[in-house]
Design a protein around this ligand. Structure first.
Ligand SMILES: [Cu+2]
Length: 623
């Protein structure tokens, strides 16, 4: 009787027959198949995707979300060339959340009707094209105000930038507060920008595997043990579930080089992949990270850490026939308040001459421009910022285990992200900045920013020689003593496609949903300014000295610059910023000791004008 009622409930919820599966999935132990693929033709890839939800019955595992084409292809890989048009007709096939049924707006002919933000609910969705530099505007890669309600139809139309690096990107829903459940249900797919073989022509002939790793709620509710993972995982939808860990199967031909393109599309799980042969981790050659080909001589590596959202593309040598081999993830210590991401197998790799053909995917007509993905020239950034992850348990003594999650720009008050909040950071297109991101929390957090890639300059204050351009990076937890774990990142806002308002956040989606997210606005390029320092020629000790910063602009038509100037003496900032009045700001100081002192000034804070920094002014102070 109970089963019958569940069946009735399921058929009612899906408005389809009880045997029809909205999001069909392979059984545990299945062979890993590449996701279905859709390629652009004559510069256009146009596809209809239905965003679906499948209520699952007892024994069928956790609830499912997916994208399905009119032809029934589930969560297809979208393959495009730089410069192509990507058009997605997205239908939100979910049922309205009950509370909203009464006030559901009538269908409108306005194509922008879902571009204006509004109330969130479990049945609202949208699309993020993770890693791309597609503009953050409605109908493109915009997730702050684009909210498609249950039953809504919405068109995405974008041009893949001509200089988009070739590699693996991915698409997934990004509705604030509900991203984790939709992504964990399986709503994600790969997006490949063709042209990776420009990096190494040999790649064009290699069998290619697209591997999408996901996580999902545990299928067995049982008592938590020390090694119980926070979440189960799957590989191309083949579940690998605790505690049996029945592995998926990857069938390969013996001793061949294959290109593996792996996306961590898990909501919360950090993977640290290894390819084992005879129990020994095998070296793999990294080809691209986060959708950008790696440059320089990168030594082979035996472990591939992948925080949620990150991608790795690498060349694997398949095992010899009969050699035991597997793909595993190894334990990741996420900290005392973090998820358990234990060591576990993912797939057995079985090499045999009879293995089914795994075709190579040469992109013969790729328009990808070789070299367009080189790291940015080392223009000195003007603005340094510090951001930090933190979290707090408000009432630990009252047994309250709820946790608040924040990402904060140093100097601002920690606050959870709110829909429609003003930007936390404002920059101009053309700016290059250095951001130091700290983790002050007792668990790992994963920094991700939309629209741009960054370079890692320093880890924990020490310079690193890392040419990779990334869009996602893990920050280890703080163990409660010593300096906070940190990374220094070079943020490049020179691409005109970055103009607009978009997000940076923790890509552990549980944290993002709970507000660990901030807003950045990139304004159009401002009027260039110049900051010139002036000081008296003769200075003695213990007398007051006034230093003036003159802000000038070549654009005579513009109004007098507002904003403020931050002065620094010998590299140390001198208290608060001084306002610019009549094109100048001043500060007054005195020197206790003679000798040479260096004054610098940075101008910012007027939306019309670009930031500028003075040349260092050397002051000789007489004893
Ligand atoms: Cu986090």
């Amino acid at each position: 009787m109970l089963v019958l009622m569940l069946l009735l409930a399921a058929s009612f919820a899906l408005a389809s027959g009880p045997t029809e599966q909205a999001c069909p999935r392979p059984a545990a132990g299945s062979a890993v198949q590449n996701p279905p693929e859709l390629r652009s033709h004559n510069g256009v890839l146009e596809v209809t995707l239905h965003f679906r939800y499948q209520l699952t019955l007892l024994g069928q595992g956790p609830p499912r979300y997916c994208y399905v084409t009119d032809d029934g292809l589930e969560s297809p890989t979208l393959r495009v060339n730089p410069g192509d048009q990507l058009i997605i007709h997205l239908h939100n096939d979910l049922q309205p959340a009950q509370a909203q049924t009464a006030s559901q707006p009538a269908a409108s002919q306005d194509p922008d009707q879902y571009c204006h933000g509004g109330a969130m609910s479990a049945s609202v969705t949208n699309l993020h094209f993770h890693g791309t530099t597609v503009p953050p505007t409605c109908h493109q890669d915009e997730v702050i105000r684009t909210l498609i309600p249950a039953g809504g139809d919405f068109d995405y139309r974008m041009t893949i930038p001509r200089d988009e690096p070739p590699g693996l990107y991915w698409y997934h829903p990004h509705p604030h507060g509900y991203s984790e459940r939709q992504v964990q249900g399986g709503a994600s797919g790969a997006l490949i920008v063709e042209g990776l073989e420009k990096v190494d022509p040999a790649l064009a002939k290699m069998p290619e595997r697209v591997i999408v790793l996901r996580d999902q709620t545990l299928s067995q509710l049982r008592e938590m043990e020390a090694q119980t993972p926070a979440w189960d995982i799957s590989i191309n939808y083949v579940p690998v579930s605790y505690p049996q860990y029945q592995t998926a199967i990857i069938n390969t031909r013996p001793s061949e080089k294959e290109l593996w393109r792996v996306a961590n599309a898990a909501a919360d799980t950090i993977f640290d992949l290894q390819v084992l042969a005879g129990g020994v981790p095998q070296p793999v050659k990294m080809v691209a990270i986060d959708g950008v080909p790696v440059t320089g001589n990168v030594p082979p590596q035996t472990s591939i850490p992948l925080p949620p959202g990150a991608r790795a593309e690498f060349v694997v040598e398949t095992p010899k026939a009969g050699e035991p081999a597997e793909l595993v993830t190894t334990n990741w210590d996420t900290g005392p308040q973090g998820d358990r991401d234990p060591s576990r197998p993912i797939a057995n790799i079985i090499s045999s001459d009879d293995a089914p053909d795994q075709p190579a995917q040469p992109s013969a007509q790729s328009t990808s421009k070789s070299g367009a993905w080189q790291p940015p020239a080392s223009a000195p950034p003007i603005v340094q910022r510090k951001l930090y992850f933190s979290q707090m348990v408000p009432n630990p003594l009252e047994g309250d285990t709820s946790v608040f999650y924040f990402i904060t720009v140093a100097g601002q008050t920690p606050a959870a992200y709110r829909m429609g909040q003003p930007p936390n950071i404002v920059v101009h297109q053309g700016d290059v900045e250095d951001w130091t991101v700290e983790n002050r929390a007792p668990e790992d957090h994963v920094f991700h920013i939309h629209q741009i890639h960054f370079r890692v300059l320093e880890i924990d204050g020490k310079p690193v020689n890392d040419n990779a351009l990334r869009d996602t990076i893990d920050l280890p937890y703080w163990d409660g003593s010593g300096p906070y774990p940190s990374v220094k990142l070079r943020m490049d806002f020179r691409d005109p496609n970055t103009v607009g308002t978009f997000l940076y956040h923790c890509h552990i989606l549980k944290h993002e949903d709970m507000g660990m997210m901030g807003v950045i606005q990139v304004l159009p390029p401002g009027v260039p300014t110049e900051t010139l320092l002036q000081a008296p020629a003769r200075i003695g000790t213990a007398t007051l000295v006034t230093v003036t910063a003159k802000i000038s602009t070549k654009d005579a038509a513009s109004t007098a610059p507002g904003g403020s100037v931050q002065f620094a003496v010998d590299g140390i900032t001198t208290g608060r910023k001084m306002p610019v009045v009549n094109g100048a700001a001043t500060f007054t100081t005195s020197f206790d000791t003679g000798g040479e002192h260096v004054i610098t000034a940075t101008y910012e804070g007027d939306k019309t004008y670009d930031v500028s920094a003075s040349r260092p002014l050397k002051l000789k102070v007489a004893d």
